[in-house]
Design a protein around this ligand. Structure first.
Ligand code: FHN
Length: 429
């Protein structure tokens, strides 16, 4: 950066840097490392109290297959995912990238090659944005814990961490996301997080940075739940496919394609993204049923994509047993995941409907009486077994009001909600 340029405050151009991310909606998370060889979760070193000396030889037995990242990137593309975030270093401390700061890395040990470089190339071949996950917590580095109680150790460790982030943001071309994780055991001041983020922006002026080095960053990261952040604040929900991030074949409770499609609807309705994880095995193979589920989701997005990618207006509707909404301006997309048959009733829409159709298909008959909408003439069976999207057009911004009472609106339902006149304050006698 030319010396004369005033350092950018991240918020100065945050919306510009976030623009592609808001449109992306769906990304692939990849957790891959030495732990993948043990197959008992990425926290196995900690949970089973494996001593560093016993764990380290995994660095030499780690022998991935040929170009696994190409398979992941092709799969992400087929799934409709528009970016990827891979662990460059997880808590175990092993670096999947060539680092001048430690030999505990894929180039110098078992793999004998830079796995991050392969990952970056594979993303670019598929036109996918590139994200780097980097764990601040490090169970291998001798200062990784004592940095919390010894200033010399903190200085050494923070220099190491900053130095590796500099390597990652210097040696691999344009990087789109810096995804910190687990800032144990230091405070943002201890990590010198402001300086870390400023360095990242100087090296990569378009990069977006998450909130896990203790600073707000550019986006929030709800984990294993889908909870929109404050209005206007970008967020991305990260979710496992089963319940583990790293390869764990004994954990077979995988999410179905229906579940993934519903998660996509939820993040779209809340103005956020879904980062769905895969945990490849030590060779780099993606465990079943992830590939087939991801391809089913991709096929669904081929048919109904705009109801997720483009439906960027927030819509917090009420619960219905037959489905839920996303919104784009005066259009609602009803994601019907429990098909009721030839007739579908939706209550509480207090806005005048102008059109109804199966998304991308034929028009649908409708009748609307006050806040009761009934669609009829629908196919007996759901056109799409995962979720069928019905596109509803309205005169003005659609709203839904149901509440608990069974209230039939007895006045013009289109009138804007009237505010009750404030009760006249009677003067105390
Ligand atoms: O401890 C990690 C965990 O292993 C995984 O990497 C997740 C992914 O967001 N982050 C931490 C738990 O919050």
């Amino acid at each position: 950066m030319p010396a004369t340029r005033k350092p950018l405050k991240p918020q100065d151009d945050q919306q510009r840097r976030l623009a592609w991310f808001r449109d992306a909606r769906f990304g692939m998370f990849i957790h891959w490392g030495l732990y993948s060889q043990l197959g008992r979760h990425e926290w196995v070193m900690n949970r089973e109290r494996i001593p560093v000396a016993e764990y380290e030889p995994l660095a030499d037995s780690f022998k991935p297959g040929k170009w696994p990242a190409r398979k992941w990137a092709q799969l992400a593309k087929e799934a409709g995912q528009r970016y990827m975030v891979m662990t460059t270093k997880h808590h175990e401390g092993f670096c999947l990238f060539d680092s001048a700061l430690t030999d505990y890395n894929a180039k110098r040990r078992g793999p004998g090659r830079d796995l991050v470089a392969e990952y970056v190339e594979a993303c670019r071949e598929q036109g996918l944005r590139v994200g780097f996950y980097y764990s601040l917590m490090d169970w291998h580095h001798p200062d990784g814990a004592r940095c919390a109680r010894n200033e010399k150790a903190r200085r050494r460790f923070v220099d190491y961490i900053h130095g590796q982030i500099r390597e990652l943001l210097t040696n691999y071309g344009k990087i789109d996301i810096l995804w910190y994780d687990v800032n144990w055991p230091l405070s943002p001041e201890g990590w010198e997080s402001e300086r870390m983020n400023q360095m990242a922006l100087e090296l990569q002026p378009d990069i977006i940075i998450n909130n896990r080095n203790g600073l707000p960053g550019d986006f929030g990261t709800p984990e294993q739940h889908i909870t929109p952040e404050a209005a206007g604040r970008m967020w991305e929900a990260c979710m496992t496919f089963n319940t583990s991030w790293g390869y764990t074949p004994i954990d077979t409770d995988y999410k179905s394609a229906r579940h993934v499609v519903e998660m996509l609807r939820q993040v779209a309705a809340g103005g956020g993204n879904l980062l769905l994880n895969i945990g490849p095995d030590p060779l780099g193979n993606v465990p079943a049923p992830c590939p087939s589920v991801l391809r089913q989701v991709g096929a669904w997005l081929q048919q109904y994509g705009p109801s997720v990618y483009e439906a960027t207006d927030p819509f917090q509707g009420e619960w219905l047993i037959t489905g839920a909404f996303t919104r784009k301006g005066d259009t609602l997309y009803f994601h019907c995941n429990r098909w009721p048959g030839s007739e579908l009733a939706i209550g509480g829409l207090v806005c005048e409907i102008t059109s109804a159709r199966l998304m991308g298909g034929p028009k649908v008959k409708f009748r609307q009486v006050k806040d009761r909408l009934v669609l009829s003439g629908l196919p007996e069976k759901a056109p799409n077994p995962l979720t069928t999207v019905i596109e509803l057009g309205f005169k003005g911004e659609p709203r839904q009001v149901l509440g608990a009472g069974h209230v039939v609106i007895d006045k013009d339902p289109w009138a804007a909600p009237t505010r009750k006149p404030a009760a006249k304050k009677t003067k105390a006698k």
